[in-house]
Design a protein around this ligand. Sequence first.
Ligand SMILES: [Zn+2]
Length: 166
Amino acid sequence: MGQATCPVTGAAGRPVATITLKALLRPDALATLEPAAQHYYCPDPGCETVYFGGPRLYDRADLEVPVLAKDAGEDVTACYCFGWTRDRLRAAGPAAVDEIRAHVAAGRCGCEVNNPKGSCCLGDVEQIVRAWRGRVHGGSVIAHGQEDALHDHQVRDEEEQALLDG
Ligand SMILES: [Zn+2]
């Protein structure tokens, strides 16, 4: 399975599907991909490495898109499927979260191939909107909400996958 901690910072990685790397790596980086390797996403904001676990590391510059967790820019995308940047989310507020959530519920999101994390953006989106509205920063309320949203979506993903496999 390869290592699950980032070799650069020691941060705990999250497993990502090979299709995520295939979708998001730039051509020259993709040309070096070992598709059989289990790759992991490094969530550490201070680490340039995005994916590890294969024969080589892939950094931010190896991806076609900016990585939300590693790029503080206001114009950086948070919801990769429907094109919501930090500044647009802050302008739209909770209505944006509702809209994205509705798309997710309708099965329209493609986080696996759009989001560098390879998983749902809802937790990030909620955190951006909430931090802006309530001036809540880094509290456990956000962390729990994020986990719940991610968990709900992961369960749906697993159910969809089971249907596909069956
Ligand atoms: Zn790292």
